[in-house]
Design a protein around this ligand. Structure first.
Ligand code: HEM
Ligand code: HEM
Ligand SMILES: [Fe+2]
Length: 445
């Protein structure tokens, strides 16, 4: 850590990690309901849809808080100055956390806008916008005052502004359902396959520079290529969600072709990291941060690139649309690309914020947590995938009713839940490890 105000990142990481724990517990509860018949009295009070809204909104909230904390850590080092208004950063965290708590309690009482992943009702949206504006103003002012621009900052700020603007399209009420879905995808797709990829590229470039001391020019050259490709393929690729919602026919072509190109920039990232790792003669230290980084790059490619590609052509999506195949891809992509990105950053930043150099803490439970969680999510996604293919065949090809098809799918959902237990255990280990990181020398004393 080079600047005092960077430490405001830490409370963001703490809140994010606690919400991560709650998110996966909710996930497990959802998974169990696919093979255990829950008593009607429980369903009446706490329906599946409510738990699902909590699971997914917690995911989005903690990932965003993680990105914001990472930004507050990263920007001072890139610009060479302190955060413009550290107190505003604190206030923003309080506002966003409170909004999150109110939203969760609200969901419980059925207060929801109904759009998946964006169930937060309109009055709370306003609070989110206020928090986002405080954030952008703070980051923008810090960069503006410093007057030192790097490609990392540019990509990060671009991604953050893009993210905030897209959120606005999900807020209005559209009378026409087709229109509602059309703009819903501007948020969901253009977030994870546009804005968030810019943020991820910037954070990854920063992490690589810090870990390897590699020349900035080398990393930045790739950043430009990847960013260009992400925007080129990701924006037109939105069409892979317009196949069946009443949009014009040409989207079948545009969506199919451009989204099929989307794995390209992600593969470039894998190749780029591999090139970097292969040429190193010095050992990769701290080992744990590298494990998370390489895990992220690989699972980002598999989950988003390969699993995304598998159902992106209209000829395939016709059968798999909205099935457990989608859920399989959703889990592995979110985990590989953004959960692991956040965790990698936390492992980079927290030891530095706490003031001991990396490598001086006991890494062991961090490794255990990584493998438990990653094996759990990979196994869970494979099981969701089998359930999804079965579902597509039974429902869409044989034309079986939903509940009839559920019977043979049940077994695979039990496998999902078994892996969910591994995920929850792994997340508990990681959260505990990150929140109690201590310098080894201090421990010995
Ligand atoms: C890293 C951890 C996790 C991430 C990133 C994650 C992400 C997600 C996402 C993005 C969705 C929405 C999927 C869609 O709309 O297609 C979802 C739903 C769901 N998740 Fe998770 N989840 C995680 C952990 C878990 C765990 C541990 C379980 C336990 C089995 C679980 C079970 C479920 C279930 C059953 C659904 C609902 C699927 C449906 O509507 O049929 N998740 N999760
Ligand atoms: C990190 C990046 C990505 C993340 C986090 C992600 C996540 C998700 C999630 C959560 C959904 C389900 C939305 C819902 O219906 O509730 C989804 C749908 C979809 N994704 Fe991705 N995705 C990513 C990248 C990609 C890429 C690169 C491709 C294509 C190559 C792709 C192809 C698709 C398709 C075709 C659907 C629609 C599935 C359907 O029709 O039901 N995704 N994605
Ligand atoms: Fe998409």
């Amino acid at each position: 850590m080079t600047h005092k105000t960077q430490s405001v990142a830490y409370p963001y990481f703490v809140v994010a990690l606690l919400l991560f724990g709650l998110q996966v517990v909710m996930g497990l509860w959802l998974g169990i309901q696919y093979f255990v018949t829950v008593p009607q009295s429980v369903v009446d009070v706490f329906p599946f849809a409510t738990a699902r809204a909590m699971h997914t909104n917690l995911l989005v909230l903690w990932l965003l808080l993680g990105f914001m904390g990472a930004t507050y850590y990263l920007v001072p080092e890139e610009t060479g100055t302190d955060i413009a208004w550290p107190k505003v950063a604190w206030a923003q965290l309080v506002i966003l956390s409170l909004t999150g708590v109110i939203a969760l309690v609200g969901f419980f009482f059925g207060w929801t806008q109904g759009k998946p992943l964006l169930e937060i009702p309109r009055p709370l949206d306003v609070l989110v916008v206020i928090g986002a504006l405080m954030f952008l103003a703070n980051v923008g002012m810090t960069m503006f005052r410093a007057r030192r621009w790097t490609a990392i900052q540019g990509s990060l700020l671009g991604g953050l502004v893009f993210l905030a603007v897209m959120y606005l399209f999900g807020m209005p009420f559209y009378r026409n359902l087709a229109e509602d879905w059309y703009y819903w995808w501007w948020v969901i797709h253009l977030w994870v396959e546009g804005a968030w990829e810019l943020i991820a590229a910037a954070m990854t470039a920063f992490i690589l520079i810090k870990l390897t001391g590699v020349e900035r020019k080398v990393v930045e050259k790739w950043l430009y290529v990847e960013l260009g490709l992400f925007l080129f393929t990701g924006i037109a690729g939105t069409g892979h969600h317009y196949y069946w919602l009443g949009a014009p026919k040409y989207w079948l072509w545009v969506g199919g072709i451009f989204s099929a190109l989307e794995p390209l920039p992600i593969a470039l990232m894998v190749w780029d990291t591999w090139r970097d790792v292969r040429h190193r003669t010095t050992p990769l230290r701290p080992r744990l941060t590298w494990v998370y980084l390489v895990g992220m790059v690989v699972l980002h490619f598999v989950g988003a690139g390969l699993f995304g590609m598998a159902h992106t052509l209209p000829q395939v999506n016709y059968y798999t649309h909205g099935s457990q195949v989608t859920v399989s891809h959703g889990h592995l992509a979110f985990y590989g690309a953004y959960v692991l990105l956040n965790l990698t950053f936390f492992y980079l930043a927290i030891p530095r914020i706490k003031g001991f150099r990396d490598g001086e803490y006991d890494e062991r439970s961090g490794h255990l947590g990584f493998w438990l969680t990653s094996m759990g999510v990979v196994g869970m996604s494979l099981a969701f995938g089998v359930a999804g293919v079965l579902q597509s065949y039974l429902e869409r090809y044989l034309g079986q009713p939903y509940m009839v098809a559920q019977d043979p799918i049940r077994f695979w959902m039990a496998i999902v839940a078994a892996h969910g237990v591994l995920v929850v255990a792994g997340v508990v280990v990681i959260v505990k490890h990150l929140l109690t990181l201590r310098s080894v020398t201090v421990q010995a004393a």
